[in-house]
Design a protein. Structure first.
Lengths: 289, 332
Protein backbone atom coordinates (compact mmCIF):
# COMPACT_ATOMS: atom_id res chain seq x y z
CA UNK A 1 0.00 0.00 0.00
CA UNK A 2 1.45 3.35 -1.06
CA UNK A 3 1.74 6.26 1.32
CA UNK A 4 -1.12 8.05 -0.48
CA UNK A 5 -3.57 5.25 0.25
CA UNK A 6 -2.41 5.20 3.86
CA UNK A 7 -3.19 8.89 4.27
CA UNK A 8 -6.56 8.30 2.68
CA UNK A 9 -7.37 5.62 5.21
CA UNK A 10 -6.44 7.68 8.25
CA UNK A 11 -8.15 10.78 6.84
CA UNK A 12 -11.54 10.17 8.52
CA UNK A 13 -9.89 9.77 11.91
CA UNK A 14 -7.77 12.87 11.35
CA UNK A 15 -10.86 14.79 10.26
CA UNK A 16 -12.77 13.85 13.41
CA UNK A 17 -9.83 14.75 15.64
CA UNK A 18 -9.27 17.96 13.69
CA UNK A 19 -12.85 19.21 13.72
CA UNK A 20 -13.85 18.13 17.19
CA UNK A 21 -10.61 18.47 19.13
CA UNK A 22 -7.91 20.57 17.51
CA UNK A 23 -10.10 23.24 15.92
CA UNK A 24 -12.06 24.16 19.09
CA UNK A 25 -8.82 24.33 21.03
CA UNK A 26 -7.30 26.53 18.35
CA UNK A 27 -10.42 28.73 18.32
CA UNK A 28 -10.32 29.09 22.10
CA UNK A 29 -6.69 30.21 21.98
CA UNK A 30 -7.39 32.55 19.05
CA UNK A 31 -10.46 34.11 20.70
CA UNK A 32 -8.50 34.77 23.86
CA UNK A 33 -6.35 37.25 21.94
CA UNK A 34 -9.32 39.21 20.54
CA UNK A 35 -11.38 42.09 21.79
CA UNK A 36 -14.78 41.46 23.35
CA UNK A 37 -17.87 42.40 21.39
CA UNK A 38 -20.42 43.80 23.86
CA UNK A 39 -23.18 41.82 22.07
CA UNK A 40 -21.26 38.55 22.36
CA UNK A 41 -18.57 37.11 20.15
CA UNK A 42 -15.27 38.75 19.38
CA UNK A 43 -13.96 41.55 17.19
CA UNK A 44 -10.63 42.95 16.09
CA UNK A 45 -8.11 44.16 17.16
CA UNK A 46 -5.94 41.46 18.67
CA UNK A 47 -4.95 42.22 22.24
CA UNK A 48 -3.53 40.75 25.43
CA UNK A 49 -6.33 42.33 27.46
CA UNK A 50 -7.98 39.03 28.32
CA UNK A 51 -4.78 37.79 29.95
CA UNK A 52 -4.15 41.08 31.70
CA UNK A 53 -7.53 40.68 33.30
CA UNK A 54 -6.18 37.80 35.39
CA UNK A 55 -4.19 40.17 37.54
CA UNK A 56 -5.37 43.71 36.68
CA UNK A 57 -8.58 45.61 36.35
CA UNK A 58 -9.10 48.69 34.23
CA UNK A 59 -10.06 51.70 36.31
CA UNK A 60 -12.09 54.65 35.04
CA UNK A 61 -9.04 56.30 33.53
CA UNK A 62 -8.23 53.12 31.59
CA UNK A 63 -5.23 52.59 33.83
CA UNK A 64 -4.33 49.11 35.10
CA UNK A 65 -4.95 48.39 38.78
CA UNK A 66 -3.68 45.24 40.41
CA UNK A 67 -6.58 42.97 41.34
CA UNK A 68 -5.85 39.33 42.12
CA UNK A 69 -9.47 38.17 42.48
CA UNK A 70 -9.50 36.14 39.25
CA UNK A 71 -6.11 34.65 39.97
CA UNK A 72 -7.43 33.63 43.38
CA UNK A 73 -10.41 31.92 41.72
CA UNK A 74 -8.01 29.96 39.52
CA UNK A 75 -5.83 28.99 42.47
CA UNK A 76 -8.86 27.99 44.53
CA UNK A 77 -10.14 25.88 41.62
CA UNK A 78 -6.79 24.12 41.32
CA UNK A 79 -6.72 23.57 45.07
CA UNK A 80 -10.25 22.09 45.07
CA UNK A 81 -9.42 19.87 42.07
CA UNK A 82 -6.31 18.59 43.84
CA UNK A 83 -8.26 17.98 47.03
CA UNK A 84 -10.95 16.15 45.05
CA UNK A 85 -8.31 13.97 43.41
CA UNK A 86 -6.65 13.19 46.75
CA UNK A 87 -9.92 12.30 48.47
CA UNK A 88 -11.01 10.17 45.50
CA UNK A 89 -7.69 8.33 45.67
CA UNK A 90 -7.97 7.69 49.41
CA UNK A 91 -11.54 6.43 49.01
CA UNK A 92 -11.15 4.73 45.62
CA UNK A 93 -8.14 2.55 46.38
CA UNK A 94 -9.72 0.59 49.26
CA UNK A 95 -13.02 0.34 47.36
CA UNK A 96 -11.24 -1.07 44.29
CA UNK A 97 -9.23 -3.45 46.48
CA UNK A 98 -12.37 -4.62 48.22
CA UNK A 99 -14.08 -5.34 44.89
CA UNK A 100 -11.05 -7.25 43.57
CA UNK A 101 -11.08 -9.48 46.65
CA UNK A 102 -14.66 -10.64 46.01
CA UNK A 103 -15.88 -13.66 44.05
CA UNK A 104 -16.27 -13.01 40.29
CA UNK A 105 -20.04 -12.89 40.63
CA UNK A 106 -20.03 -10.29 43.41
CA UNK A 107 -17.38 -8.33 41.54
CA UNK A 108 -19.73 -7.91 38.61
CA UNK A 109 -22.52 -6.68 40.87
CA UNK A 110 -20.24 -4.24 42.71
CA UNK A 111 -18.75 -2.89 39.48
CA UNK A 112 -22.26 -2.33 38.20
CA UNK A 113 -23.04 -0.50 41.44
CA UNK A 114 -20.00 1.76 40.90
CA UNK A 115 -21.21 2.73 37.43
CA UNK A 116 -24.86 2.97 38.48
CA UNK A 117 -24.78 6.78 39.05
CA UNK A 118 -23.91 7.26 35.36
CA UNK A 119 -27.45 6.19 34.55
CA UNK A 120 -28.89 9.27 36.23
CA UNK A 121 -28.29 12.80 35.00
CA UNK A 122 -25.51 14.58 36.89
CA UNK A 123 -27.64 17.68 37.37
CA UNK A 124 -30.37 15.67 39.10
CA UNK A 125 -27.88 13.83 41.25
CA UNK A 126 -26.28 17.09 42.30
CA UNK A 127 -29.68 18.58 43.15
CA UNK A 128 -30.31 15.56 45.34
CA UNK A 129 -27.36 16.56 47.47
CA UNK A 130 -29.08 19.89 48.13
CA UNK A 131 -32.09 17.98 49.41
CA UNK A 132 -29.84 15.97 51.66
CA UNK A 133 -27.63 18.78 52.92
CA UNK A 134 -29.92 21.80 53.31
CA UNK A 135 -31.07 22.97 56.75
CA UNK A 136 -34.37 21.04 56.57
CA UNK A 137 -32.69 18.22 54.62
CA UNK A 138 -32.24 14.56 55.32
CA UNK A 139 -28.86 14.84 57.03
CA UNK A 140 -29.80 17.59 59.45
CA UNK A 141 -33.17 15.95 60.01
CA UNK A 142 -31.56 12.67 60.95
CA UNK A 143 -29.04 14.32 63.25
CA UNK A 144 -31.78 16.32 64.95
CA UNK A 145 -33.89 13.22 65.25
CA UNK A 146 -31.02 11.38 66.89
CA UNK A 147 -30.73 14.26 69.35
CA UNK A 148 -27.15 15.04 68.41
CA UNK A 149 -27.90 18.63 67.36
CA UNK A 150 -30.70 21.11 68.02
CA UNK A 151 -29.87 23.74 65.39
CA UNK A 152 -29.15 22.67 61.82
CA UNK A 153 -25.50 22.43 60.81
CA UNK A 154 -24.42 24.60 57.86
CA UNK A 155 -23.78 21.64 55.55
CA UNK A 156 -24.56 23.36 52.29
CA UNK A 157 -23.01 26.25 50.36
CA UNK A 158 -19.40 26.02 51.45
CA UNK A 159 -16.15 24.48 50.24
CA UNK A 160 -17.02 21.27 52.02
CA UNK A 161 -20.23 20.74 50.12
CA UNK A 162 -18.51 21.63 46.81
CA UNK A 163 -15.82 19.07 47.60
CA UNK A 164 -18.42 16.50 48.52
CA UNK A 165 -20.23 17.03 45.23
CA UNK A 166 -17.00 16.82 43.21
CA UNK A 167 -15.82 13.67 44.98
CA UNK A 168 -19.24 12.09 44.58
CA UNK A 169 -19.35 12.88 40.87
CA UNK A 170 -15.84 11.75 40.00
CA UNK A 171 -15.17 8.83 42.37
CA UNK A 172 -16.08 6.17 39.78
CA UNK A 173 -13.38 7.55 37.47
CA UNK A 174 -10.86 6.73 40.19
CA UNK A 175 -12.26 3.35 41.22
CA UNK A 176 -12.49 1.84 37.74
CA UNK A 177 -8.89 2.31 36.49
CA UNK A 178 -7.47 1.26 39.86
CA UNK A 179 -9.71 -1.79 39.83
CA UNK A 180 -8.47 -2.78 36.39
CA UNK A 181 -4.81 -2.65 37.48
CA UNK A 182 -5.46 -4.43 40.78
CA UNK A 183 -7.39 -7.13 38.98
CA UNK A 184 -4.33 -7.95 36.91
CA UNK A 185 -2.09 -8.52 39.94
CA UNK A 186 -1.29 -12.22 40.23
CA UNK A 187 -2.52 -13.35 43.67
CA UNK A 188 0.58 -15.53 43.84
CA UNK A 189 2.67 -12.35 44.17
CA UNK A 190 0.85 -11.51 47.37
CA UNK A 191 1.26 -15.04 48.64
CA UNK A 192 4.95 -14.92 47.72
CA UNK A 193 5.39 -11.68 49.63
CA UNK A 194 3.69 -13.11 52.73
CA UNK A 195 5.80 -16.22 52.32
CA UNK A 196 8.88 -13.98 52.40
CA UNK A 197 7.86 -12.61 55.81
CA UNK A 198 6.00 -9.49 54.65
CA UNK A 199 3.24 -8.21 56.94
CA UNK A 200 -0.06 -7.11 55.42
CA UNK A 201 1.05 -3.48 55.54
CA UNK A 202 4.34 -4.35 53.84
CA UNK A 203 2.55 -6.32 51.14
CA UNK A 204 0.45 -3.25 50.40
CA UNK A 205 3.40 -0.86 50.44
CA UNK A 206 5.88 -2.97 48.51
CA UNK A 207 3.70 -5.03 46.14
CA UNK A 208 0.12 -3.84 45.75
CA UNK A 209 0.69 -0.09 45.66
CA UNK A 210 3.62 -0.09 43.17
CA UNK A 211 1.65 -2.34 40.84
CA UNK A 212 -1.57 -0.33 41.23
CA UNK A 213 0.16 3.02 40.71
CA UNK A 214 -0.41 3.22 36.92
CA UNK A 215 -4.14 2.81 37.56
CA UNK A 216 -4.08 5.38 40.33
CA UNK A 217 -2.28 7.83 38.03
CA UNK A 218 -4.81 7.25 35.26
CA UNK A 219 -7.61 7.72 37.77
CA UNK A 220 -6.01 10.89 39.12
CA UNK A 221 -5.88 12.50 35.68
CA UNK A 222 -9.42 11.37 34.90
CA UNK A 223 -10.61 13.03 38.12
CA UNK A 224 -8.39 16.11 38.14
CA UNK A 225 -9.13 17.33 34.60
CA UNK A 226 -12.93 17.41 34.77
CA UNK A 227 -12.93 18.46 38.45
CA UNK A 228 -10.92 21.57 37.53
CA UNK A 229 -13.45 22.69 34.91
CA UNK A 230 -16.56 21.50 36.68
CA UNK A 231 -19.27 24.07 37.32
CA UNK A 232 -22.33 22.04 38.31
CA UNK A 233 -21.28 21.08 41.81
CA UNK A 234 -19.68 24.46 42.62
CA UNK A 235 -22.74 26.35 41.36
CA UNK A 236 -25.40 24.22 43.00
CA UNK A 237 -23.67 23.06 46.17
CA UNK A 238 -21.48 26.13 46.60
CA UNK A 239 -24.45 28.41 46.15
CA UNK A 240 -22.52 30.51 43.66
CA UNK A 241 -21.09 32.55 46.53
CA UNK A 242 -17.51 31.86 45.67
CA UNK A 243 -16.79 31.41 42.01
CA UNK A 244 -14.75 28.59 40.62
CA UNK A 245 -13.10 28.66 37.25
CA UNK A 246 -15.73 26.47 35.57
CA UNK A 247 -18.56 28.79 36.58
CA UNK A 248 -16.46 31.82 35.72
CA UNK A 249 -15.85 30.56 32.18
CA UNK A 250 -19.51 29.72 31.73
CA UNK A 251 -20.43 33.28 32.88
CA UNK A 252 -18.06 34.93 30.41
CA UNK A 253 -19.83 33.28 27.50
CA UNK A 254 -23.32 33.98 28.81
CA UNK A 255 -24.20 36.88 31.11
CA UNK A 256 -20.85 38.72 31.06
CA UNK A 257 -20.47 38.54 27.27
CA UNK A 258 -16.71 38.60 27.53
CA UNK A 259 -15.75 35.82 25.16
CA UNK A 260 -12.01 36.61 25.04
CA UNK A 261 -11.71 36.40 28.80
CA UNK A 262 -13.69 33.13 28.84
CA UNK A 263 -11.41 31.77 26.13
CA UNK A 264 -8.33 32.92 28.05
CA UNK A 265 -9.59 31.16 31.17
CA UNK A 266 -10.25 27.98 29.17
CA UNK A 267 -6.74 28.19 27.74
CA UNK A 268 -5.32 28.45 31.24
CA UNK A 269 -7.30 25.39 32.36
CA UNK A 270 -6.06 23.49 29.31
CA UNK A 271 -2.46 24.49 30.04
CA UNK A 272 -2.76 23.39 33.68
CA UNK A 273 -4.24 20.03 32.71
CA UNK A 274 -1.70 19.50 29.93
CA UNK A 275 1.14 20.30 32.32
CA UNK A 276 -0.16 17.66 34.71
CA UNK A 277 -0.42 15.19 31.82
CA UNK A 278 3.12 15.84 30.66
CA UNK A 279 4.57 15.50 34.17
CA UNK A 280 2.60 12.32 34.58
CA UNK A 281 3.76 10.67 31.38
CA UNK A 282 7.37 11.74 32.05
CA UNK A 283 7.16 10.02 35.42
CA UNK A 284 5.57 6.92 33.95
CA UNK A 285 8.38 6.73 31.38
CA UNK A 286 11.02 7.07 34.07
CA UNK A 287 9.45 4.25 36.06
CA UNK A 288 9.36 1.98 33.06
CA UNK A 289 13.07 2.43 32.55
CA UNK B 1 11.53 -31.38 60.72
CA UNK B 2 7.93 -31.42 59.53
CA UNK B 3 5.45 -33.58 61.34
CA UNK B 4 2.05 -33.94 59.74
CA UNK B 5 -0.56 -35.73 61.81
CA UNK B 6 -3.97 -36.79 60.47
CA UNK B 7 -4.33 -33.64 58.43
CA UNK B 8 -7.55 -33.27 56.46
CA UNK B 9 -8.64 -30.49 54.18
CA UNK B 10 -12.00 -30.03 52.56
CA UNK B 11 -13.13 -27.19 50.34
CA UNK B 12 -16.69 -26.18 49.77
CA UNK B 13 -17.43 -25.58 46.12
CA UNK B 14 -19.93 -23.04 44.85
CA UNK B 15 -22.55 -25.74 44.68
CA UNK B 16 -21.90 -26.26 48.40
CA UNK B 17 -20.50 -29.73 47.79
CA UNK B 18 -17.54 -30.39 50.05
CA UNK B 19 -14.46 -31.63 48.21
CA UNK B 20 -12.06 -33.67 50.28
CA UNK B 21 -8.61 -32.63 49.11
CA UNK B 22 -6.80 -34.49 51.88
CA UNK B 23 -8.00 -37.36 54.04
CA UNK B 24 -6.26 -37.83 57.40
CA UNK B 25 -2.78 -37.58 55.94
CA UNK B 26 0.13 -38.36 58.26
CA UNK B 27 3.72 -37.88 57.19
CA UNK B 28 7.06 -37.20 58.73
CA UNK B 29 9.66 -35.26 56.79
CA UNK B 30 13.17 -35.47 58.21
CA UNK B 31 15.86 -32.86 58.67
CA UNK B 32 18.03 -32.18 55.67
CA UNK B 33 16.18 -34.46 53.31
CA UNK B 34 14.88 -34.04 49.79
CA UNK B 35 11.29 -35.13 50.12
CA UNK B 36 8.86 -35.37 47.22
CA UNK B 37 5.08 -35.40 47.13
CA UNK B 38 4.27 -37.28 43.93
CA UNK B 39 0.92 -37.87 42.33
CA UNK B 40 -1.37 -37.01 39.45
CA UNK B 41 -3.13 -33.66 39.38
CA UNK B 42 -5.91 -33.42 41.93
CA UNK B 43 -4.24 -35.82 44.35
CA UNK B 44 -3.86 -33.20 47.07
CA UNK B 45 -0.09 -32.71 46.85
CA UNK B 46 -0.26 -28.98 46.20
CA UNK B 47 -2.88 -28.57 48.91
CA UNK B 48 -0.56 -30.27 51.37
CA UNK B 49 2.27 -27.94 50.34
CA UNK B 50 0.03 -24.90 50.80
CA UNK B 51 -0.94 -26.14 54.25
CA UNK B 52 2.73 -26.39 55.20
CA UNK B 53 3.40 -22.90 53.82
CA UNK B 54 0.38 -21.54 55.66
CA UNK B 55 -1.61 -20.26 52.67
CA UNK B 56 -4.46 -22.51 53.76
CA UNK B 57 -5.51 -23.86 57.13
CA UNK B 58 -6.19 -27.58 57.62
CA UNK B 59 -9.78 -28.61 58.34
CA UNK B 60 -8.40 -30.89 61.03
CA UNK B 61 -5.09 -32.34 62.15
CA UNK B 62 -1.80 -30.90 63.32
CA UNK B 63 1.27 -29.65 61.45
CA UNK B 64 4.50 -29.17 63.36
CA UNK B 65 7.55 -27.51 61.90
CA UNK B 66 10.77 -27.95 63.87
CA UNK B 67 8.73 -29.19 66.81
CA UNK B 68 6.23 -26.36 67.14
CA UNK B 69 2.61 -26.39 66.09
CA UNK B 70 2.19 -23.87 63.30
CA UNK B 71 -1.61 -23.84 63.25
CA UNK B 72 -1.83 -20.24 64.47
CA UNK B 73 1.05 -18.91 62.34
CA UNK B 74 0.39 -17.01 59.10
CA UNK B 75 2.84 -17.65 56.23
CA UNK B 76 5.00 -14.66 57.15
CA UNK B 77 5.71 -16.19 60.58
CA UNK B 78 6.75 -19.63 59.35
CA UNK B 79 10.40 -20.58 58.77
CA UNK B 80 9.41 -21.84 55.35
CA UNK B 81 9.87 -20.34 51.89
CA UNK B 82 8.16 -21.34 48.67
CA UNK B 83 9.23 -21.58 45.05
CA UNK B 84 6.03 -21.12 43.08
CA UNK B 85 5.11 -22.97 39.93
CA UNK B 86 4.66 -19.63 38.14
CA UNK B 87 7.74 -18.29 40.01
CA UNK B 88 5.70 -15.26 41.22
CA UNK B 89 8.69 -12.93 40.87
CA UNK B 90 7.87 -9.31 41.70
CA UNK B 91 7.75 -7.71 38.24
CA UNK B 92 8.54 -4.18 39.47
CA UNK B 93 11.73 -5.18 41.25
CA UNK B 94 15.15 -6.12 39.91
CA UNK B 95 16.57 -9.58 40.43
CA UNK B 96 18.62 -8.34 43.39
CA UNK B 97 15.59 -6.59 44.92
CA UNK B 98 13.54 -9.74 44.55
CA UNK B 99 16.19 -11.79 46.33
CA UNK B 100 16.64 -9.15 49.05
CA UNK B 101 12.90 -8.92 49.75
CA UNK B 102 12.65 -11.68 52.35
CA UNK B 103 15.68 -10.44 54.25
CA UNK B 104 14.41 -6.85 54.19
CA UNK B 105 11.12 -8.01 55.63
CA UNK B 106 13.07 -9.64 58.43
CA UNK B 107 14.83 -6.32 59.03
CA UNK B 108 18.25 -7.77 58.31
CA UNK B 109 21.07 -5.21 58.28
CA UNK B 110 22.01 -3.82 54.87
CA UNK B 111 25.46 -5.39 54.85
CA UNK B 112 24.05 -8.84 55.54
CA UNK B 113 21.42 -8.42 52.82
CA UNK B 114 24.06 -7.44 50.24
CA UNK B 115 26.20 -10.40 51.19
CA UNK B 116 23.33 -12.88 51.05
CA UNK B 117 22.09 -11.54 47.73
CA UNK B 118 25.57 -11.99 46.27
CA UNK B 119 25.79 -15.48 47.73
CA UNK B 120 22.37 -16.43 46.40
CA UNK B 121 23.15 -15.12 42.91
CA UNK B 122 26.39 -17.08 42.96
CA UNK B 123 24.60 -20.19 44.15
CA UNK B 124 22.21 -20.15 41.20
CA UNK B 125 24.92 -18.91 38.78
CA UNK B 126 23.29 -15.60 37.88
CA UNK B 127 26.10 -13.29 39.01
CA UNK B 128 25.74 -10.78 36.17
CA UNK B 129 21.97 -10.44 36.40
CA UNK B 130 21.44 -8.48 39.62
CA UNK B 131 19.99 -5.37 38.01
CA UNK B 132 17.79 -7.09 35.42
CA UNK B 133 14.02 -7.13 35.69
CA UNK B 134 12.29 -10.56 35.74
CA UNK B 135 10.70 -9.82 32.34
CA UNK B 136 14.19 -9.59 30.82
CA UNK B 137 15.07 -13.15 31.85
CA UNK B 138 14.41 -16.50 30.21
CA UNK B 139 12.15 -19.03 31.91
CA UNK B 140 15.11 -20.99 33.26
CA UNK B 141 16.72 -17.85 34.65
CA UNK B 142 13.47 -16.74 36.27
CA UNK B 143 13.22 -20.13 37.87
CA UNK B 144 16.69 -19.77 39.33
CA UNK B 145 15.85 -16.31 40.67
CA UNK B 146 12.77 -17.80 42.33
CA UNK B 147 14.97 -20.43 43.99
CA UNK B 148 17.55 -17.83 45.03
CA UNK B 149 14.84 -15.57 46.46
CA UNK B 150 13.41 -18.41 48.53
CA UNK B 151 16.83 -19.57 49.75
CA UNK B 152 18.30 -16.17 50.62
CA UNK B 153 16.58 -15.88 54.03
CA UNK B 154 17.90 -19.38 54.85
CA UNK B 155 14.60 -20.99 55.79
CA UNK B 156 14.42 -24.32 57.63
CA UNK B 157 12.34 -25.74 54.82
CA UNK B 158 12.11 -24.91 51.12
CA UNK B 159 8.84 -25.79 49.44
CA UNK B 160 8.89 -26.28 45.67
CA UNK B 161 5.57 -26.40 43.82
CA UNK B 162 6.15 -28.09 40.45
CA UNK B 163 9.10 -25.76 39.94
CA UNK B 164 10.31 -27.35 36.72
CA UNK B 165 7.03 -27.93 34.93
CA UNK B 166 7.30 -24.76 32.82
CA UNK B 167 10.78 -25.60 31.52
CA UNK B 168 11.63 -27.60 28.44
CA UNK B 169 13.04 -31.08 28.82
CA UNK B 170 16.73 -30.23 28.54
CA UNK B 171 16.57 -27.34 31.00
CA UNK B 172 14.51 -29.48 33.32
CA UNK B 173 17.16 -32.16 33.49
CA UNK B 174 19.80 -29.53 34.22
CA UNK B 175 17.71 -27.91 36.95
CA UNK B 176 17.05 -31.28 38.54
CA UNK B 177 20.68 -31.84 39.32
CA UNK B 178 21.06 -28.14 40.17
CA UNK B 179 18.31 -28.34 42.80
CA UNK B 180 19.76 -31.55 44.14
CA UNK B 181 23.15 -29.84 44.48
CA UNK B 182 21.59 -26.81 46.22
CA UNK B 183 19.87 -29.09 48.70
CA UNK B 184 23.14 -30.83 49.53
CA UNK B 185 25.07 -27.56 49.80
CA UNK B 186 22.58 -25.70 51.96
CA UNK B 187 21.43 -28.60 54.10
CA UNK B 188 17.93 -27.18 53.99
CA UNK B 189 15.00 -29.60 53.91
CA UNK B 190 13.41 -29.50 50.44
CA UNK B 191 9.82 -30.53 49.89
CA UNK B 192 9.05 -30.90 46.19
CA UNK B 193 5.65 -31.33 44.62
CA UNK B 194 5.59 -32.98 41.20
CA UNK B 195 3.49 -35.17 38.96
CA UNK B 196 6.58 -36.33 37.08
CA UNK B 197 7.65 -39.70 38.44
CA UNK B 198 11.02 -39.62 36.68
CA UNK B 199 11.79 -36.29 38.32
CA UNK B 200 10.77 -37.69 41.69
CA UNK B 201 12.93 -40.79 41.27
CA UNK B 202 15.93 -38.76 40.12
CA UNK B 203 15.92 -36.14 42.85
CA UNK B 204 14.36 -37.44 46.02
CA UNK B 205 15.71 -39.01 49.16
CA UNK B 206 12.18 -40.15 49.89
CA UNK B 207 8.91 -40.00 48.00
CA UNK B 208 5.29 -39.98 49.17
CA UNK B 209 2.99 -41.22 46.42
CA UNK B 210 -0.45 -39.62 46.67
CA UNK B 211 -3.80 -40.21 45.05
CA UNK B 212 -7.21 -38.64 45.72
CA UNK B 213 -6.16 -37.09 49.00
CA UNK B 214 -4.45 -40.17 50.40
CA UNK B 215 -0.79 -41.05 50.85
CA UNK B 216 -0.46 -44.51 49.35
CA UNK B 217 3.19 -45.22 50.02
CA UNK B 218 6.23 -43.49 51.47
CA UNK B 219 9.74 -44.69 50.79
CA UNK B 220 13.04 -44.24 49.00
CA UNK B 221 12.84 -44.16 45.20
CA UNK B 222 14.30 -47.66 44.96
CA UNK B 223 11.95 -48.98 47.59
CA UNK B 224 8.93 -47.56 45.81
CA UNK B 225 10.09 -48.76 42.43
CA UNK B 226 10.99 -52.25 43.55
CA UNK B 227 8.26 -52.82 46.13
CA UNK B 228 5.11 -51.01 45.11
CA UNK B 229 2.47 -51.82 47.70
CA UNK B 230 -0.44 -50.79 45.61
CA UNK B 231 -1.63 -51.26 42.03
CA UNK B 232 -1.73 -47.51 41.55
CA UNK B 233 1.83 -47.01 42.79
CA UNK B 234 3.06 -49.85 40.60
CA UNK B 235 1.39 -48.33 37.59
CA UNK B 236 2.30 -44.72 38.30
CA UNK B 237 5.98 -45.19 39.12
CA UNK B 238 7.93 -46.29 36.11
CA UNK B 239 6.32 -48.68 33.66
CA UNK B 240 4.69 -51.80 34.91
CA UNK B 241 2.82 -54.79 33.63
CA UNK B 242 -0.17 -55.45 35.83
CA UNK B 243 -1.13 -59.01 34.98
CA UNK B 244 -4.26 -60.67 36.30
CA UNK B 245 -3.36 -63.81 38.25
CA UNK B 246 -5.67 -65.86 36.02
CA UNK B 247 -3.62 -65.04 32.92
CA UNK B 248 -0.62 -66.77 34.48
CA UNK B 249 -2.58 -69.66 35.86
CA UNK B 250 -2.41 -68.37 39.40
CA UNK B 251 -4.73 -67.03 42.10
CA UNK B 252 -7.30 -64.91 40.21
CA UNK B 253 -7.68 -62.61 43.25
CA UNK B 254 -4.11 -61.36 42.78
CA UNK B 255 -2.42 -59.04 40.35
CA UNK B 256 1.14 -59.79 39.36
CA UNK B 257 3.36 -56.74 38.82
CA UNK B 258 6.44 -57.08 36.63
CA UNK B 259 8.61 -54.32 35.17
CA UNK B 260 9.09 -54.50 31.38
CA UNK B 261 12.87 -54.63 31.70
CA UNK B 262 12.63 -57.81 33.77
CA UNK B 263 10.69 -59.76 31.20
CA UNK B 264 12.59 -61.96 28.79
CA UNK B 265 10.86 -62.84 25.55
CA UNK B 266 12.11 -65.85 23.62
CA UNK B 267 10.76 -67.75 20.59
CA UNK B 268 8.42 -70.55 21.54
CA UNK B 269 10.23 -72.80 19.09
CA UNK B 270 13.29 -72.81 21.41
CA UNK B 271 11.28 -75.01 23.73
CA UNK B 272 11.91 -72.65 26.64
CA UNK B 273 9.50 -72.78 29.58
CA UNK B 274 8.26 -69.52 31.04
CA UNK B 275 5.38 -68.04 32.94
CA UNK B 276 3.15 -67.78 29.89
CA UNK B 277 2.95 -68.11 26.14
CA UNK B 278 1.74 -65.52 23.69
CA UNK B 279 2.24 -63.82 20.35
CA UNK B 280 4.23 -60.67 19.57
CA UNK B 281 1.72 -58.00 18.57
CA UNK B 282 4.00 -54.99 18.19
CA UNK B 283 7.69 -54.14 18.19
CA UNK B 284 8.92 -50.64 18.92
CA UNK B 285 12.54 -49.73 18.44
CA UNK B 286 13.65 -47.21 21.12
CA UNK B 287 17.32 -46.83 20.26
CA UNK B 288 19.21 -48.59 22.98
CA UNK B 289 16.21 -50.76 23.82
CA UNK B 290 13.49 -52.58 21.97
CA UNK B 291 9.94 -52.73 23.30
CA UNK B 292 7.88 -55.86 22.58
CA UNK B 293 4.16 -56.01 23.09
CA UNK B 294 2.97 -59.54 23.68
CA UNK B 295 -0.63 -60.77 23.79
CA UNK B 296 -0.80 -63.75 26.09
CA UNK B 297 -2.86 -66.77 25.22
CA UNK B 298 -5.21 -65.96 28.09
CA UNK B 299 -5.84 -62.50 26.65
CA UNK B 300 -3.70 -60.22 28.83
CA UNK B 301 -1.24 -57.87 27.19
CA UNK B 302 2.27 -57.16 28.45
CA UNK B 303 5.34 -55.17 27.50
CA UNK B 304 8.91 -56.31 27.58
CA UNK B 305 11.85 -54.07 27.20
CA UNK B 306 15.18 -55.55 26.30
CA UNK B 307 18.58 -54.34 25.30
CA UNK B 308 19.59 -55.26 21.81
CA UNK B 309 16.72 -57.63 21.18
CA UNK B 310 16.18 -61.14 19.93
CA UNK B 311 15.41 -61.78 16.31
CA UNK B 312 11.64 -61.63 16.62
CA UNK B 313 8.95 -60.50 14.25
CA UNK B 314 5.36 -59.45 14.77
CA UNK B 315 3.12 -62.50 15.02
CA UNK B 316 5.84 -64.84 16.33
CA UNK B 317 4.79 -67.20 19.09
CA UNK B 318 6.87 -66.49 22.19
CA UNK B 319 7.41 -67.54 25.76
CA UNK B 320 7.67 -64.81 28.41
CA UNK B 321 9.75 -65.39 31.48
CA UNK B 322 11.13 -63.49 34.46
CA UNK B 323 12.91 -64.26 37.69
CA UNK B 324 10.42 -64.93 40.44
CA UNK B 325 12.02 -62.44 42.83
CA UNK B 326 11.44 -59.38 40.59
CA UNK B 327 7.67 -59.80 40.51
CA UNK B 328 5.27 -58.46 43.12
CA UNK B 329 1.97 -59.97 43.99
CA UNK B 330 -0.75 -57.50 44.95
CA UNK B 331 -4.35 -58.01 45.96
CA UNK B 332 -6.73 -56.86 43.23
Amino acid sequence: MGPNRTYLLIAPAMLVIGIFMVLPLFLAVAYSFMTANPYGGVTAPATFDAYLQFLYQRDFDDGLVFSPSYALIILRSIYLAIATTAICLVLGLPVAWYIVCQTPERRRILLFAVTLPFWINTLIRTYCWILILRDEGLANGALRHAGIISDPLPLLYNDGSILLGLVYTFLPFMVLPIYSTLERIDPRLIEAAHDLYASRAAVFRRIVWPLARPGALAGATLVFAPALGSFLAPDLLGGGKKLLIGSLIQMQFTSSRNWPFGAALSTVVTVVVLTVFVIRSRKAQEERR
Amino acid sequence: MIDIQSVSKSFVTRDADPVHALNEVSLEIYDNEFFTLLGPSGCGKTTLLRLIAGFEAPSSGVIRIAGSNVAALPPQKRPVNTVFQSYALFPHMSVAENIAFGLEMQNAPKSLIDERVREALEMVRLEGFATRRPAQLSGGQQQRVAVARALAPKPSVLLLDEPLSALDLKLRKGMQSELKRLQRETGITFVLVTHDQEEALAMSDRIAVMRSGDVLQVGTPRDIYDNPQDRFVADFIGESNLLPGAALGRDPAKTIVVRPEHIVVSPASDGARGHARGAVSAITFLGSDTLYEVVLEEGARLHSRSRGGAALATGDMVVVDWARDVERELAN
